[in-house]
Structures are given as structure tokens and as C-alpha cells.
Design a protein around this ligand. Structure first.
Ligand SMILES: [Zn+2]
Length: 352
């Protein structure tokens, strides 16, 4: 199959990998935030307004990111590494979640990998053969809450509670088996919304066996998203964060200082992280800057931005910068990129 994803791969990119990144990374890597899907999983067309507001729905990638694409991309841009993923679908309202979950399961069985189940908000019954299908947790999504917002309204910011899209059944099941619950925070103020903090604290306390993982460290792409709220997260023993699309040294530094490397899971958000550019912080808001103009990014058709590299390298660079500053050991770096996720997986397998 033709790979659309690295059409702008250059020698300069590989030079960055070889000179800055390769030695920093362990040989084995688990990327704990990877979306896989195929175009025919969509049961309806995605409206133009929605396509324009979200990099995940960009016309360059919306036609799918398969396991073959994943292998092809990671072999090319992580040469010499053994790069595995924790896989889940693209859980948007237009997707047929049954097909999505079946695909994730088939991929994981074939490749001895693991996946997270995309659950509907009011899931009442745990699917059969959950573990046999190689699921080790859930990835619910606020976007799936049936909320009558205008089409052009960013649904990720809708004012819903975490409990509106994660059912009690899911929470109880995760608690019983010590599973991963990857939470994409709702509400526009993210961790600066005390209701989100209270809800995460409540889950942490009531369900101590759940491995709670905040996707994108609670969508903290800016330092201001996390600098005050980090102190509330510190006390939650079963809370982890992933680094998906975080390109900020300051965010990584505060995560490492306050939570410690044992609570951080490297995640990329592939295939979004194949866009060349960076997720930047201006006046406490985040913006995507991309080498080619997108409806959802800052760019310039006049300037030559060919020197940009992949956001996935910028994710790793931002971790490296913070790791250097804090003088992390090789073992601590290996925890972030591999063994924290591996330990979760073995722990779940041992108990089930
Ligand atoms: Zn994602």
C-alpha cells in the first residue's frame, strides 16, 4: 500500500534522528498513544466544519492509518529501534466503533500487541472475550457524548463531566482487573477546571486499582495548563500521564519534577505526529504550526518552511531537553519510553 504519511521525509530529518534522538532512546519503545483506523469505519461523512477544526480529521490523514502504515512510518523514522504501540481507534461520532474495536483486536492478535477499547459513553456490558481480544483497558472520548452543539463548535471542549462519557460499568471493570483508563479531558479549561480535578481525584480514590492515564497530560500543551493544577495530581497514586503531542520543555519539566519519570508514558498521537511542525504556546494558548498551511494551523504560504521536521521528533526533543536539565538516568529515560508501559501490560496479564 502506498504510504501517504512520510512524503516529506528528508535526509535532514534522518540526520536529526541520528544526531539528536537515536542515542537518547532505548532500543525498545512502546508508544502508548497510537490511533489506527480505516476509512470504511466511518458510518457517515464528516462535515466540512469538523474536518477543518481538528488535525486528527485532516484530509491528509482521514482516510486511515493502518497497522501497515504504522510499521512503515516507524521503521523509516525510527531506524534501528523496535517500536511497538498501544493501539486504539479514532473514536469520533462518525465512526462505527464495533468495526474500529474489531480491527484493533485483529491487529493486536496478529502482532502480539495490545489495545484499548473505544467505549460508548453508557456502556453497560463488557464485550465478550475482552482479554482474549488483547484489550487491556479503555479509551472513552468526550466527543461521543450526544450533545446538541452546533456543528462548528469544538466538541472536545464541551461542558460535560468525565462521568458523562465513562460509564460505571467501565470504571468497575477497570477496577476489578487493574486496567488502563486513558482519559481525554473535557471542558475548555482542562486541568484548570476544578470540576475536572475533583472528578479525577474521585476516580483515583474510589477506584485505586485503575491505571488512570491522562491523555496529553490532561491536554496540557501549555505550561499554564498545568503549572497550578499539578499539585492536585501529585497526590493521586494511580495517576499517569502520556506525552502525546506535547512539544513543551516546561510542561515536561514540571511533569518530571512533580510526578516523576515513573508516572510518565511516552505517547505520540500517531498519525497526527507525522505532520511537520510544532505545537506551540502563545499567551497561554496552544497553536499548531505546520510547514504546509492547514485550516487548523498557523503557517505561511509565502515563507519557505521546508526546514520543519516531524512533530513526533519535537515531542521527543522536548522530553530530552527536560531529561537533560533534570539529569535523568538512562534507566529513568527507559522507564518513560518503555518499561512503565511494559510493567502495566505485565501487571494486567498477570492478574487476568
Ligand atoms: Zn489521540
Amino acid at each position: 500500500m502506498l504510504n501517504n504519511f512520510l512524503k516529506d521525509l528528508s535526509d535532514e530529518d534522518l540526520k536529526i534522528f541520528n544526531e539528536e534522538i537515536s542515542n537518547f532512546l532505548p532500543v525498545e519503545i512502546i508508544d502508548s498513544h497510537v490511533h489506527l483506523w480505516k476509512k470504511d469505519f466511518f458510518k457517515e461523512n464528516i462535515s466540512k466544519n469538523r474536518l477543518n477544526q481538528n488535525p486528527a480529521l485532516d484530509s491528509d490523514i482521514i482516510d486511515g492509518f493502518t497497522i501497515e502504515d504504522f510499521k512503515n512510518v516507524t521503521e523509516k523514522i525510527f531506524p534501528g529501534k523496535k517500536y511497538d504501540g498501544l493501539f486504539f481507534g479514532l473514536p469520533i461520532k462518525e465512526a462505527n466503533l464495533n468495526k474500529t474495536n474489531e480491527y484493533i483486536s485483529s491487529v493486536c492478535i496478529k502482532n502480539s500487541s495490545y489495545g484499548l477499547f473505544n467505549s460508548i459513553p453508557d456502556l453497560k456490558e463488557i464485550p465478550q472475550d475482552f482479554f482474549k481480544n488483547r484489550f487491556i483497558g479503555f479509551k472513552p472520548y468526550p466527543d461521543l457524548v450526544d450533545f446538541k452543539a452546533p456543528e462548528d463548535f469544538s466538541k472536545l471542549d464541551i461542558d460535560v463531566s468525565i462521568f458523562d462519557f465513562i460509564s460505571k460499568k467501565v470504571l468497575d471493570f477497570c477496577q476489578d482487573y487493574g486496567l488502563i483508563l486513558l482519559i481525554h479531558l473535557p471542558r475548555k479549561d482542562r486541568l484548570n477546571d476544578r470540576r475536572n480535578i475533583e472528578e479525577i481525584k474521585a476516580i483515583g480514590k474510589k477506584y485505586p486499582n485503575i491505571k488512570i492515564v491522562l491523555a496529553h497530560a490532561g491536554r496540557s500543551y501549555c505550561y499554564s495548563d498545568i503549572k497550578d493544577s499539578i499539585r492536585y495530581l501529585k497526590g493521586i497514586k494511580n495517576l499517569y500521564v502520556d506525552t502525546a503531542m506535547i512539544n513543551s520543555f516546561s510542561v515536561n519539566k514540571v511533569l518530571l519534577e512533580e510526578l516523576g519519570p515513573e508516572k510518565i508514558l511516552y505517547g505520540s498521537d500517531l498519525p497526527i505526529a507525522t505532520f511537520k511542525g510544532k505545537n506551540i504556546d502563545i499567551n497561554n494558548r496552544h497553536y499548531f504550526v505546520t510547514s504546509t498551511p492547514k485550516p487548523w494551523s498557523l503557517s505561511s504560504s509565502e515563507m519557505n518552511l521546508d526546514s520543519f521536521t516531524f512533530s513526533i521528533y519535537e515531542i521527543i526533543r522536548a522530553i530530552k531537553l527536560a531529561a537533560d536539565e533534570l539529569k535523568l538516568s538512562n534507566e529513568q529515560i527507559e522507564q518513560i519510553f518503555y518499561s512503565n508501559a511494559q510493567r502495566m501490560i505485565s501487571d494486567i496479564n498477570k492478574n487476568n
